[in-house]
Design a protein around this ligand. Structure first.
Ligand SMILES: [Zn+2]
Length: 312
């Protein structure tokens, strides 16, 4: 099966003058262009000169691990760009454990059973309900594949246990989601909000996840961009505050799960962006979300729940 080559809207946002993460002007080394969604995932939204060298070092480290470990095979079968101009190999090794023996089975790209372990969050970001940080929320870990013939590809490997998806750190994964959400909100709103999650992006504080990131409480908007990835800005009112939220839907075309990140609160200086060069219509839109509209069933269910080919 040949998949269509994905595309994403391209856009470059004007530079913010200071690093969006630490607020410093960049020093001698200057500020670097920030890919809002990584280039390695096909992201074409660029925030010009938005990150200082020190912050870029931090964010690119966990981002590099996530795109290679979590999304490596998915990127390969979708033909997404690889770093340093490298091409994807013609053959991949899949590890199969057969009769207690680990063997590497060479497969062609169109036979590779690409999949990624992803958590599906089922809670609202706890900050919206004024709840403290908690590790006690339900997460659904499941295997997601962009392939319709995923089971056939697994079966074609023969009997045995197949290692189909690589491990990665979930705390890093959510820092990565958080960074995408924050950079997009900052670029779209020209930084006119009070950020809540920058500490969490720059430092390893995994327990913060549940406070600021939750399941898809917004749902796919009617005017979704239908790009491979979709980002969507929303305004959420709760207990007297107006929060700035971003719905992050990576591999939206492939029905992977979406997350909602609360990136900040509106402050007095916030202006609703209107018209002109910096409106937020493309690819996201500014939407008012009414809390009562949240329904548990808007959280998508995993499509693929198995990982093993049964022994014969
Ligand atoms: Zn910085």
């Amino acid at each position: 099966m040949k998949l269509p080559r994905p595309h994403t809207s391209a856009r470059t946002f004007d530079p913010p003058e200071r690093c969006i993460y630490c607020g410093k002007p960049g020093g001698e080394e200057g500020l670097r262009d920030e890919h809002i969604i990584p280039d390695g995932l096909g992201g074409r939204l660029v925030y010009a000169k938005a990150s200082c060298h020190a912050c870029e070092k931090i964010t690119s480290a966990f981002e590099g691990r996530i795109i290679s470990q979590a999304y490596g095979d998915t990127r390969a079968i979708l033909g997404l760009r690889r770093g340093n101009g490298r091409k994807w190999p013609d053959e991949f090794n899949v590890q199969v454990t057969r009769e207690a023996e680990k063997i590497d089975v060479a497969v062609k790209g169109d036979e590779l059973p690409a999949a990624v372990w992803l958590t599906c969050l089922n809670h609202r970001p706890l900050i919206l309900d004024n709840k403290p940080v908690s590790g006690n929320v339900k997460v659904d870990l499941a295997l997601w594949s962009p392939l319709k013939d995923y089971q056939d590809r697994l079966a074609a490997l023969g009997p045995g246990t197949v290692s189909v998806a690589k491990r990665y750190r979930f705390d890093e994964f959510f820092r990565f989601i958080n960074r995408i959400a924050f950079a997009y909100a900052h670029a779209s709103l020209r930084g006119k909000f009070s950020p809540l999650t920058v500490e969490y992006i720059l430092r390893d504080r995994g327990k913060w996840i549940t406070r600021y990131i939750g399941g898809d409480i917004i749902g796919r908007p009617d005017d979704a961009s239908h790009d491979i990835h979709e980002l969507y800005l929303a305004q959420i009112k709760a207990h007297g505050l107006t929060y700035v939220a971003v719905r992050v839907h990576l591999f939206a075309l492939n029905d992977f799960p979406a997350y909602v990140v609360i990136v900040g609160t509106e402050n007095a200086e916030t202006e609703q962006p209107t018209g002109a060069a910096h409106d937020v219509k493309d690819p996201g839109s500014w939407t008012k979300v009414n809390f009562e509209r949240f329904r548990a069933e808007t959280v998508p269910h995993p499509r693929v729940r198995f990982r093993r080919v049964p022994d014969e």
